[in-house]
Design a protein. Sequence first.
Length: 149
Amino acid sequence: MQLHDLAPAPNSTKARKRKGRGHGSGLGKTAGRGYNGQKSRAGGGKSNGFEGGQTPLARRLPKLPGFKNINRVEYVPVNVERLSGVYENGDTVDHDSLVEKGIIKRADALVKVLGSGELTKSLTVKVDKVSGSAATKIQAAGGKVEAPC
């Protein structure tokens, strides 16, 4: 067997339709597109999702579910239990010290101290917000809650 002997299996290939090549081909003149109309024109036809001029479903539905408050303020939560394990008596808890101790990542992040856990050390807390339960635990341990809370 030589390279020139290779051929596809009988009836496995089919000649392509040569449209618009005269009457005798069976696909001359309108080339299988029928007569006038949108689909007979070059570049004609409807796009995916076209609904006959009606507003398509994709445009009738809202872009995102729910409601997003553009005035929302995100705080990084820090529990008093975490502060108790990292700080010593009399220390000041502020953004710089929280970054230094590795509790938060950035000094410009807004921080809220929450009241989960126990606090045994007296600390001076100077963060953006302190919850009511955290403030009572800090004061009960002999600490202070100062501005900018």
